[in-house]
Design a binder for this molecule. Structure first.
Ligand code: GDP
Length: 348
């Protein structure tokens, strides 16, 4: 039993315990911790890079900055294209800066992983906020699987926190798994909805509303009556589902500063309540564990699929399963045996 404990300790200690790193801190890290935006951009570029040497440097930097992370409020914002996310985030971000906050906006854009295009990654969005010294607006990493993009965003979030951003907004569009990814890396997840019952039911069907801590019926200025109706319909629908009965529904418009301020008040009160009852910490702890296990699963799968004996047997095994000459369970066990009984080679 002692070996695993000491291994765990050495893993645990490595972020801060490397004397040389303490005596000779990476200048990039020093600049990042002072809030230097160019240093932050460089660190994020390293995080997003697929080059092995960049990955090694990014990992070392991330380990060193870990003690300086965790201090922000992590806010998730999702909604279909056109619902007004960037208008809302810009209005909120500018109001928060006026209050003395430093705001980072990151994006997870599932479209960039599917076709290389981008719904969110356009730098011209939030032009006013981008110009502010107290804001850092970063488009989504441009490629990779959603899991990979989400992974980079989680690490970028840590870099932003270490650089002193105390509100980090992570934005995504209402497509596929990206909302789940954002809900699982933020303290408070907000779903923007159009005042249109059809859309509301869509989100409910997809199970996204259950992820939300707060549902916002947005662009309420266009038709206040329709917005109020949508609000009561969403509330009624939420009460019928398994959603937490604490989920609130607000009507607002990004064009109305008082309503944006009211939104922030609601978020602050809800987060304060979560902190008091211990849910805030529980959620972060669970998220850290999920993060670790997601990575382990992803890496194991990569090693498994690239393991030469598995690769050699895969096609014939799959054929045997589809032709029903081999039971799926037996096939899985056979492949796993190949993987675990033979020396595991690193994937190229
Ligand atoms: P996104 O695709 O979700 O980021 O949506 P945008 O923020 O780009 O907004 C889409 C359109 O809706 C733009 O023309 C905005 O000016 C407009 N818009 C955004 N928020 C509001 C709002 O609260 N009220 C009104 N009337 N229009 C809005």
């Amino acid at each position: 039993m002692t070996a695993p404990v000491s291994q765990a300790q050495s893993l645990h200690e490595s972020p801060q315990g490397l004397d040389s790193a303490v005596l000779n801190p990476d200048p990039l890290l020093t600049a990042l911790l002072k809030g230097d935006r160019r240093a932050l951009a460089k660190v994020i570029t390293l995080i997003e890079s697929t080059r092995d040497d960049h990955q090694v440097r990014a990992d070392a930097l991330l380990n060193s900055l870990l003690p300086h992370t965790g201090g922000s409020l992590r806010l998730g914002v999702s909604g279909v294209p056109g619902v007004g996310k960037s208008t809302f985030i810009e209005a909120l971000g500018l109001a928060l800066i006026d209050e003395g906050h430093k705001v980072a906006v990151l994006a997870i854009d599932p479209s960039s992983t599917v076709n290389g295009g981008s719904i969110l990654g356009d730098k011209t969005r939030m032009a006013g906020l981008s110009l502010k010294d107290e804001a850092y607006v970063r488009p989504s990493p441009a490629s990779g699987t959603l899991g990979g993009v989400a992974e980079k965003t989680r690490e970028t979030l840590l870099a932003c926190e270490a650089a002193g951003y105390d509100v980090v907004i992570i934005e995504t569009v209402g497509i596929g798994q990206s909302e789940m990814a954002v809900a699982h890396m933020t303290d408070f997840f907000v779903l923007l909805q159009l005042p249109n019952a059809g859309d509301d039911l869509q989100a409910l069907k997809r199970g996204v509303m259950e992820l939300a801590d707060l549902v916002v019926v947005h662009k309420a200025d266009l038709d206040p009556q329709a917005a109020a109706l949508a609000q009561s319909q969403i509330l009624a629908a939420l009460r019928l589902t398994d959603a937490r009965d604490t989920t609130q529904v607000l009507c607002l418009s990004a064009l109305c500063p008082q309503q944006v301020a009211h939104f922030w008040g609601v978020v602050q009160r809800a987060v304060a309540h979560q902190r008091e009852c211990g849910r805030f910490d529980q959620r972060r702890h669970a998220q850290n564990l999920t993060w670790m296990w997601d990575l382990i699963r992803a890496h194991l799968m990569t090693h498994f699929e690239k393991h030469p004996p598995v690769q050699a047997a895969l096609l014939s095994t799959e054929q045997a399963v589809t032709q029903r000459s081999l039971a799926p369970g037996a096939a899985a066990r056979g492949l796993l045996r190949l993987f675990t009984h033979l020396p595991v080679h690193s994937p190229p």
